[in-house]
Design a protein around this ligand. Structure first.
Ligand code: SAH
Ligand code: SF4
Length: 431
């Protein structure tokens, strides 16, 4: 979501600014921030701290902090980092040009962190490097208040973009060569629920998938409690909708899930997984996990490990719990010691590495449909792209072919730690 926001902020500045490579060359430095975990927030302070000397040398450089840390800290940020000119929360980032005018008029610092009022991303504008994939934000904010999470406080209440605006945006991207779109939101399943006359999320998927020239459709993130039967059916019906679902489970223990305020049980979660696999047997699942939530016992943790074995995710994103300002779990008792969290995280990684390895090996000898994103950065002799199940595949092809943006068949011949390796067979479509 931050990547998307940053791109759109860049689009707003087009004509006025050109991107440069190093902060020392810049007239304007914007740091778009994340505060979901403590580590992300700490990175902001160390990065922005380094711009202090730069600002001392060239006071005319404008420095802005945008996004969730801006929202969370507001005017405290300018107290702590007086060289910062501008603080824009996630609902104010698209008022960037107005904020710059204020600073030009001598009104500094600008601190805009209102969470209400209009939030609407600007159109994408001309795309630079012929991207094959793009994100489209369909909603903002979150109403779920999981007890560990800062997001509802920094991104505000859920608000959905009008369907026409989303469709127009996807059409604009497709007309510029984009073939795969990922719809973004903190909880896409509740898209349009609060707005009058909006389609449901499953209906929106259908509308987007009807856009000609779009080949693949994905979305993230989907809250398990709101994974509806019609969305599960959509996987079976919509050809462009890829066989991959990110379904964050967070914990395998019912006791911890309750403390987390996730509003589903382990059994309900597993039932949805079973149903999904009934409709789409080949669907790849990925998840987010938190280890060391306050009060998590060894037994709770074992239940999380057992769940990994039971679901067999293709990939997981696992995190050590960290206290977040405003989130309720900060005041929960029985905090888990740092070394226990680290040991649990290592164990999760170990178990998952084996499962991921087994899943990767099951691709050997298979012919897969790959959307080619370009040359592999590591080894430019190879092309790179993803399977419909979202696995990275690097592959060789005859030298005379330009495959960027093409949909091709690749024979999978080897596995790496984070990718598969293959050989080009045939072009199905494009570029
Ligand atoms: N809206 C998405 C998740 C957004 S945050 C959802 O509900 O799934 C991304 C991930 O960060 C979460 O899934 C969670 O695993 C992790 N996370 C959030 N707050 C955290 C915290 N305080 N400590 C550790 N991990 C956290
Ligand atoms: Fe955070 Fe929960 Fe909302 Fe996801 S659903 S953003 S974890 S509060």
């Amino acid at each position: 979501m931050n990547e998307y926001d940053s791109e759109r902020m860049l689009a707003l500045l087009r004509g006025e600014y050109v991107p440069c490579r190093r902060p020392e060359e810049a007239d304007l430095i914007l740091v778009n921030t994340c505060s979901v975990r403590q580590k992300a927030e700490e990175k902001v302070y160390s990065l922005v701290g380094r711009f202090k000397q730069l600002k001392a040398r060239r006071p005319e450089v404008v420095i802005g902090i945008c996004g969730c840390v801006a929202q969370q800290e507001g005017k405290h940020l300018v107290k702590r980092l007086p060289h910062v000119d501008m603080v824009l929360g996630p609902r104010r980032i698209f008022h960037l040009r107005e904020a710059l005018r204020e600073i030009e008029a001598g009104h500094r610092p600008v601190v805009w962190v209102e969470l209400d009022g209009d939030w609407s991303p600007p159109p994408p504008g001309p795309l630079g490097e012929r991207p094959v994939k793009a994100y489209v934000t369909i909603m903002q904010g979150c109403d779920n208040f999981c007890s560990y999470c800062v997001v509802p406080y920094v991104r505000g209440r859920e608000i959905s973009r009008p369907p026409e605006e989303i469709l127009r945006e996807v059409e604009c991207l497709v007309s510029q060569g984009v073939r795969e779109v990922t719809l973004l939101g903190q909880n896409v399943n509740s898209y349009g629920r609060k707005e009058q006359g909006f389609p449901s999320f499953a209906e929106l998927l259908r509308l987007v998938s009807e856009i000609e020239g779009l080949w693949r459709l994905r979305f993230t993130t989907s809250h398990p409690k709101d994974l509806s039967p019609d969305l599960i059916e959509a996987f079976g019906e919509l050809e462009k909708l890829c066989e991959h679902l990110h379904l964050p489970v967070q914990s395998g223990s019912n006791r911890i899930l309750r403390l987390m305020n996730r509003k589903y049980t382990r059994e309900e979660y597993l039932e949805k997984v079973r149903r999904l696999r009934e409709v789409v047997p080949e669907i790849a699942l990925t998840t987010d996990l938190i280890v060391g939530f306050p009060g998590e016992t060894e037994e709770d943790f074992r239940e999380t490990l057992a769940l990994l074995e039971e679901v067999r995710y293709q990939e997981i994103f696992s995190f050590k719990y960290s206290d977040r300002p405003l989130a309720r779990a900060r005041d929960f008792p029985e905090k888990v010691p740092e070394e226990v969290k680290a040991a649990r995280l290592a164990e999760v990684h170990r178990v998952q590495a084996r499962i991921t390895g087994e899943i990767y090996r099951s691709y050997l000898g298979r012919q897969e449909e790959i959307l080619v994103e370009g040359r592999s950065e590591r080894n430019p002799a190879l092309w790179t792209g993803r399977t419909r199940t979202n696995l990275v595949v690097n592959f060789s092809a005859p030298e005379d072919l330009d495959l960027k943006g093409a949909l091709v068949h690749v024979l999978i011949k080897d596995t790496g730690k984070h990718s598969l390796r293959g050989e080009y067979l045939a072009t199905l479509k494009g570029p």
